[in-house]
Design a protein around this ligand. Structure first.
Ligand code: DGT
Ligand code: CA
Ligand code: CA
Ligand code: ZN
Length: 607
């Protein structure tokens, strides 16, 4: 975290505490100032050293706030903030992570019930105390209770889109070194899970110390959490990054072990045991000739799983865990092959039948980023995008795409501030697209992102939709409705005669709101029956549909569309997050609409 981020976070805390104690206007001023401090190009500590006037040069930062910033940079605290914290000693960030709980609610519940953190909030709701507080009721109380688990998790896990650039940076930094033979990420980030507990990095080398030292000096690292021999952890961009260094001939086994998931590893390890082999982070060993002591440890290993295993591994000395004749371990593929398995792509390693499929030689040939031929859901400055039709389409052509689809927002629920296009705007845009197409090397299709109302109707006229090349229909409002209503809504939208793609089906925002919880089977069956593609929205805040949804869709015979929903040219780069999410759902290129050629896309749209 830069000092600017740190100061901004303090100002935001200030704003929350003021709001909780019912102060008006000031919270907004603090939040605006925080935003501008965070985005300010110059380091705040430099400005603070020049005095309050220099700090007050930042837009929206007045004299009072500038004085507090200087106080913070000089002393590490802000007296007034300390006083507010004493007045309201609560875990503000934790409590406000609960959907529907804002700073005001936190203040009210603290005054009435002394609730200071998530555990106390949960206990208060379970005991029926919250419904008794004026302004609250049984329904609010139940909502709070329902949203607590999501809030807990969102506090602990980082979005893939925030963690992956950090991982890529670590790979480039370590990969540049002569003493590093191989470097790879492992853990959940290699499996491309939507959220990441920590980033795991594995290095193959004969060296230890110089690499650990370099890692703690990695420019992206804000702090060192621990540094040992062959192991270190740092914090970068708010995420923990674990480094392990192993000998080159054990790299494959370590990669397999530390990629997980745990459930996948248990199934693979049991397969090894069935064959008289032993699999651990050092290699795959034939232990048929090794004496009983090692067998015992092995047994505990297999049954214990999870955390117990850490202790087992630590308790055993390194020679014992390497006991037996090594049959594989240098490469990960070699480990799988020695177990009579086809190598299993990391995205599939969730113990959902992939080991069985690998044994039978029927793993899917997963879609790859290079398979995409175009993007079917993008925005321009006609709605809330920041760039023109020609700029977006040119960016698509520059990426090597064969076609581009513009799908600006239509008016409807969830579209605030006149962002969406009405029927007249859409007609006008058709002419603008035709004009832009003259200067761009690839065909531009005219689509729309229509809104799915709470009851499943679309908020744009059927005649207007009929005239368009492509219709993405997405839910944007009423995302808290119950499961049955959500299922009915999405099925009805999919049955609409003009809909081609169901956009971000649940409307979830990762770590922010859970979104709709429909009966996925019903939705994907309707999609397959009506020739509607299920979108994997590649925006890293969404990744919606998720891997499980995709898997259900693929199994039902529905088509998948991997779209970025880009509002700017650089957001077309998010496509990889969508492709890897589709891979988590076992999707092959043949399942993906925009992996098809221009003619393939045309015939799908005409069907
Ligand atoms: P995360 O970080 O919570 O998103 O999830 P992972 O899967 O990255 O988990 P992490 O970082 O705790 O460990 C990375 C991988 O290493 C994990 O997927 C499996 C493996 N692993 C680590 N510790 C153990 C253990 O004690 N037992 C087993 N079986 N595997 C472990
Ligand atoms: Ca991890
Ligand atoms: Ca880890
Ligand atoms: Zn969109």
């Amino acid at each position: 975290m830069s000092r600017n981020d740190e100061v901004a976070t303090r100002l935001e805390e200030f704003a929350d505490l003021l709001e909780a104690t019912d102060v008006e206007y000031k919270p907004t001023a603090y939040r605006r100032a925080a935003e501008n401090v965070r985005d300010h190009p110059a380091p705040i500590e430099g400005l603070a050293a020049d005095g309050e006037e220099a700090v007050a040069e930042i837009d929206r930062v007045g004299d009072a706030i500038a004085a507090k910033i200087v106080e913070y940079v000089e002393t590490g605290t802000i007296e007034e903030l300390e006083e507010l914290r004493e007045e309201l000693p609560v875990d503000m960030a934790g409590l406000t992570a609960v959907e529907g709980v804002g700073p005001k609610t936190v203040g009210t519940l603290y005054d009435a019930l002394g609730i200071a953190d998530l555990d106390e909030l949960e206990a208060g709701a379970e005991a029926g105390e919250i419904r008794e507080v004026s302004g609250f009721g049984a329904k609010t109380e139940q909502n709070i209770l329902d949203n607590i688990p999501f809030a807990r998790e969102s506090r602990e896990r980082t979005r893939l889109g925030d963690a992956r650039p950090v991982a890529d940076d670590a790979l480039a930094y370590l990969g540049d070194r002569d003493d590093v033979q191989s470097v790879e990420v492992c853990g959940s980030i290699r499996r491309w899970k939507a959220t990441i507990g920590d980033v795991d990095v594995l290095v193959a080398s004969d060296e230890r110390e110089p690499i650990v030292e370099a890692f703690t000096e990695w420019p992206a690292a804000d702090a060192t959490i621990e540094a040992g021999t062959g192991k270190a952890s740092v914090r970068a961009n708010g995420t923990r990054v674990d480094l392990r260094i192993v000998d080159p001939d054990e790299f494959g086994a370590a990669l397999q072990y530390f990629t997980g998931s745990r459930a996948h590893n248990v199934t693979v390890r049991n397969r090894a045991i069935d064959r008289g082999l032993k699999l651990n982070e050092y290699g795959l060993f034939d232990v048929s000739d090794v004496e009983e002591a090692a067998d015992d440890a092995d047994g505990a290993d297999a049954e214990g799983g999870g955390d117990a295993e850490d202790e087992t591994a630590d308790a055993e000395d390194a020679t014992a865990t390497r006991a037996g004749d090594r049959v594989a371990g240098e490469t990960e593929d070699g480990v799988y092959r020695a177990l009579d398995l086809d190598p299993i792509p990391p995205e599939l390693r969730e113990d959902r039948g992939e080991v069985h499929a690998a044994a039978e030689g029927r793993l899917p040939v997963l879609v790859e980023p290079g398979d995409l031929r175009g993007d079917l859901h993008t925005h321009t400055d006609w709605s809330d995008g920041g760039f023109s039709i020609a700029e977006m389409a040119t960016a698509a052509a520059d990426r090597g795409y064969d076609y581009h689809v513009v799908t600006d927002h239509a008016t409807g629920p969830g579209m605030v501030g006149g962002v969406g296009l009405d029927e007249d705007d859409i007609e006008e845009q058709a002419a603008a697209i035709a004009a832009a197409a003259e200067d761009v090397d690839i065909p531009i299709f005219h689509g729309i992102e229509a809104n799915i109302d709470a009851d499943g109707a679309l908020s744009t006229d059927p005649e207007t939709l009929a005239a368009l090349d492509l219709v993405v229909a997405s839910p944007h409002a009423a995302l808290g409705q119950d499961a049955d209503a959500a299922t009915e809504r999405l099925v009805r939208a999919v049955e609409h005669p003009h809909v081609d793609i169901l956009g971000h089906p649940t409307g979830r925002l990762i770590n922010e709101r859970p979104g709709l919880d429909p009966d996925v089977e019903a939705v994907v069956e309707a999609a397959a029956a009506n020739g509607v593609a299920i979108e994997v929205n590649a925006n890293p805040a969404r990744l919606d549909a998720d891997g499980e949804f995709v898997r259900a869709a693929v199994e039902a015979g529905a088509t998948i569309a991997v779209n970025t929903d880009a509002h700017a040219p650089r957001e077309l780069d998010n496509a990889r997050y969508g492709v890897h999410t589709a891979r988590r759902g076992w999707a092959e290129a043949a399942d993906v609409l925009n992996a098809r050629s221009l003619n393939g896309l045309r015939s799908f749209l005409l069907e």
